[in-house]
Design a protein around this ligand. Sequence first.
Ligand SMILES: [Zn+2]
Length: 472
Amino acid sequence: MSRNRYAVAFTTATALLAAALLLSPASGSSVTAAGPVAKGPTYVYRVNAPLGAATEKLLALDLDVLEGRDGQDLFVMGDRIAGNKMRAAGFPAVIEQVLETPQWTPVARRWQADEPTLLTEGFNALAEETFYGGYRTVNAQYAHLAAVAAARPDLATVYTYGQSWRKTQNRGGYDLRVICITKISSGDCARSTSAPKPRFLLMAQIHARELTTGDVAYRWIDYLVNNYGVVPAVTNLLNTTELWVIPIANPDGVDIVQQGGNSPFLQRKNGDDVGGTNCGLTGSSQSGVDLNRNAGSHYGGASTSTNRCAQTYRGTAADSETETRALEALQRSLFADTRGTGDTAAASANTKGIFVTLHSYANLVLFPWGFSNSVRTGNDAKLRAMATQIRTLAGSGWQSGQPGDVLYNASGTSDDWIYDQLGTPSFTWEIGPNSGSCSGFLPAYSCQTSTFWPKLQPMLMYAAGKAAAPYA
Ligand SMILES: [Zn+2]
């Protein structure tokens, strides 16, 4: 951890070095952005797979089962071979959608700029760095954090809480960053569980290709900072609560996605390609570890794979990934442990804080347990009621429940982990419809303004407002 206070004075040599690093590929990098060329078009298949045995059988095929369900049907992304594999296993997979053939030439790689570069460029050049119609690159998101903290030191503090896998390997990569927003008084935004104000932690893009989530985080930061002293509900929230935001939990993954430019790559997992360098780079086969299957809570159970190329590859061991460990250390430093051990122990009614992790897409509000919906948490009634409230704010077409109630069971997830270890109420929000305009991992950027942010803003305000006494 380090507190990012940007020194205004820095040497010319440092600035030149920073500029050089910015403009050239990472030195010594042997990273191959594009693997073998995809064979034929990519499809989204609609597959009849009712909850229970059929869903488990489908998940065991190691295909790219999407985070969406329509009644008895799940959706699987893959090529013709994936379709044949499902049919051979007894699933009559129907083509729902033919995806555009991606552009397989990666755009130039630009690793993270350091703080002196951000300062000299006045944040502007990097803050405007976008792809696919307006989505921010990792550099742009980080320049945004720095700009907000520089402009409003009374409201915002940025921390580096870890490093991405590639950064730990000297293969480019990024720091892991989080911003704390509140009207800062003594003791606020400290990484201590005895902080005076309750915390609301929002996390985006643990799954890199779920572009909507990073954009929601970006807008949430601006909404809070720009409306302090303007909108009474925001002023009150910042006076009473700390709003922590991780805009990109998986920056190596997002770096891969953004290199597709106007045809973003469908990287879901992190950049750890150990033992999986020949996976290719398609939606259904890619290297990396699924950070949302890697957490040390019921690790290795439902909806996880030991196949390194699979979308739900869980890694070699629980918490094997640096991004997972850094996130868990951050969460332990922010939220006091109020829950006993075992799957049914309830967290204390005095528990403070809420964790929300954003995903896409299925119009769902999920809460623990994810590993099995035949087990209820000790705080089930409160979690279920809050999820119903949040889903109601989202409007028609949304559902809520444990993952296995409405989607499929999944283990080793970040939201199960924080509830399991600390008792903090946690939710996954799956943003976006299963079909129609604005569906999919890569909705047109205009969907963010027209559709998603108007929905998410009241949902976030409601959830953040519950951080003081979520189980009361
Ligand atoms: Zn996801």
